[in-house]
Each structure stands twice: as structure tokens, then as C-alpha cells.
Write a protein that binds this ligand. Structure first.
Ligand SMILES: Nc1ncnc2c1ncn2[C@@H]1O[C@H](COP(=O)(O)OP(=O)(O)O)[C@@H](O)[C@H]1O
Ligand SMILES: [Mg+2]
Length: 284
């Protein structure tokens, strides 16, 4: 069957990387002209009576990396999960305001959550491969979306593992258990699994914080590769990581967005004292 999961994009060559010697003025013009992929407007979120997000407004540009930073408990994961409605799975959660992706309100009535989560993939801190083979982990999503043809699945599994920089390491053991992989490999497998349904957005919640430095740097390299083809939002408590991988950074404190800006500017010339205190290690 012809599926809606198109794979033409998955191997598309990345555009050549932009020159890094931009002036600040250029950077500002860039932001103003960037296509906005995700628009969060006045979002408030309650867990029962506890208000976890306070009037959040943030526009997330398409095809770049946006980092969410801030001390533990400030609402980074809560906001991230709101972008593919994972919070819907938690009892007692209520959200007001709006979140749009390509101008479509994802909280509107009748939104198909399976379709939404296909467009907006998620990778968690703790890698969570299914207790299945490597192949079946990656083929899982495409199968749910109706792809049965073995050649098509083989192709998706191959391309997704290539894209996640794991193919070389696992090509001879595709039908062995995913649980036998190392932590870093499992995390790249989870990324491959997310890529297999051809998402537009990748949400990553501290994807490297449980990994050793070498595996962490592989994940960071991978984010660098993927950033031209996907809109990536990454939560990290590691400021060096945010500085290394992201184009924009948003700093949160106690459920509020304190400041968002181009990463280089936010780390060198924060506008808010709270941001400065945090990035210079005075708290958090
Ligand atoms: N499922 C939940 N039920 C109730 N409160 C929660 C839940 N998840 C998170 N919280 C609370 O919401 C606040 C923000 O949490 P979280 O988004 O996980 O922060 P971060 O990811 O920045 O560490 C914290 O006070 C946390 O205790
Ligand atoms: Mg968190």
C-alpha cells in the first residue's frame, strides 16, 4: 500500500552549513526571517492545582536546534511534552493557551494524536528500546502506520539506522535484541526509531545525560547532522552542550520563560540578570 510515510526526505543531502562568521546584525535579521515551525502562545499548564507553566510564549524556528535550559523543576520537560501532547497521558493535567505547528493548533478538537506524534517524535533521557530486535524497533512505527511490504520496511530500517549513525555498528545483528546494545547505541536506536516515521520535529529530553562523554559526543554530532532536516528541541541541563548544539536557547526559571535568544548572544550577553546568574553558575 502507498503509505503517508514518505521517505524521500530521509537521505536528502544536507544543505551546506552556513558560514559561522555572521555579525550579530545578520543573526537578528535571520531570526526575523526564519520560518516559525512551532508557536507556543500564552501557555499555562497545571498538574492538578499546581501551576507548572506560567504564560509561556516562544516561537521555535524550523530546521534548527532550540535548547531549553534552566534548573531542575523549572518546567523544561513539561513544556517539551506539551509539544506532542504527551502530557495528555498524565491525569489531572490542564493546559490553556495555544501551541501551533505550521499554524495548525495541535490542541484543537479532532486532532489525531497518533498522526501528531508521527510528525513530532520524542527521545527521552533514559533510552527505552522495546524488548524486540533492532530491526523490529525501527520498523515498529512504520508498521503501525500500515507499511507491510518487506522491501519497503528493509529500506526504512536501513535509512533510519544510517541517519542515526548506527548502521555500521549493527548491520550484521539486526535481528538480535536491542537490549544487548550499549547505552549510547540504544539511544541512537531510539533516534532511528523516531526518524523511521519521517517526523518533522524531534523533541529530545536530556538525550545524552545518562551517557558517557564519548557517546554524548556522538549524539551531539548526530544532532549537528540532523538539524538541517528537522526542527529539533532539546532539553539539557548541560550548558556547554546547549552552547555546542543549539542555534537558539531558552532559559526557564520556576515555570516561566525568562529569556530566549540566539545561543551565542544569550551565553555572551544575556539580557536578564537571572539568566546571567544561571549561566555563570551562581545558582542551579
Ligand atoms: N506528572 C507530574 N505531576 C505533578 N507534578 C509534576 C509532574 N511532572 C512534573 N511536575 C512538576 O512540575 C514542575 C516542572 O517539572 P519538569 O517539567 O519535570 O521540570 P524540568 O524538566 O525543568 O526539571 C516541577 O515542580 C515538577 O515537580
Ligand atoms: Mg526534565
Amino acid at each position: 500500500m502507498k503509505s503517508s510515510v514518505a521517505h524521500k526526505e530521509i537521505e536528502a543531502p544536507s544543505p551546506t552549513s552556513e558560514t559561522k562568521t555572521k555579525t550579530e546584525e545578520d543573526a537578528r535579521v535571520d531570526v526575523a526571517t526564519k520560518k516559525i515551525k512551532i508557536n507556543v502562545q500564552n501557555v499555562e499548564l497545571f498538574y492538578g492545582t499546581f501551576k507548572a507553566l506560567h504564560g509561556i510564549n516562544i516561537a521555535i524556528p524550523a530546521r534548527e536546534v532550540t535548547a531549553f535550559i534552566g534548573p531542575s523543576g523549572c518546567g523544561k520537560s513539561t513544556l517539551l511534552r506539551s509539544i506532542n501532547r504527551m502530557n495528555d497521558l498524565i491525569d489531572g493535567v490542564s493546559l490553556t493557551g495555544s501551541i501551533t505547528i505550521d499554524d495548525q493548533d495541535i490542541y484543537a478538537q479532532g486532532v489525531d494524536l497518533i498522526e501528531l506524534r508521527k510528525r513530532v517524535g520524542m527521545v527521552f533521557q533514559k533510552s527505552n528500546p522495546f524488548p524486540k530486535s533492532i530491526y523490529d524497533n525501527v520498523a515498529y512505527g512504520p508498521r503501525i502506520h500500515g507499511i507491510k511490504d518487506k522491501d519497503v520496511l528493509d529500506d526504512i530500517v536501513h535509512k533510519s539506522l544510517m541517519r542515526a549513525d548506527l548502521w555500521r555498528e549493527v548491520q550484521d545483528r539486526l535481528h538480535t535484541s536491542a537490549l544487548d546494545l550499549s547505552g549510547g547505541q540504544q539511544q541512537r536506536l531510539c533516534i532511528a526509531r523516531a526518524l523511521a516515521v519521517n517526523p518533522e520535529v524531534l523533541l529530545m529530553d536530556e538525550p545524552a545525560s545518562a551517557l558517557d562523554p564519548r557517546s554524548t559526543s556522538k549524539i551531539e554530532d548526530l544532532i549537528g547532522e540532523l538539524r538541517h532536516d528537522y526542527t529539533i528541541v532539546i532539553v539539557t541541563h548541560n550548558m556547554q552542550q546547549a552552547a555546542r548544539v543549539s542555534d537558539s536557547t531558552a532559559f526557564f526559571y520556576e515555570g516561566s520563560l525568562v529569556e530566549v535568544g540566539r545561543t551565542k548572544e544569550l551565553f555572551t550577553k544575556p539580557r536578564e540578570k537571572q539568566t546571567e546568574d544561571y549561566i555563570t553558575g551562581r545558582f542551579g
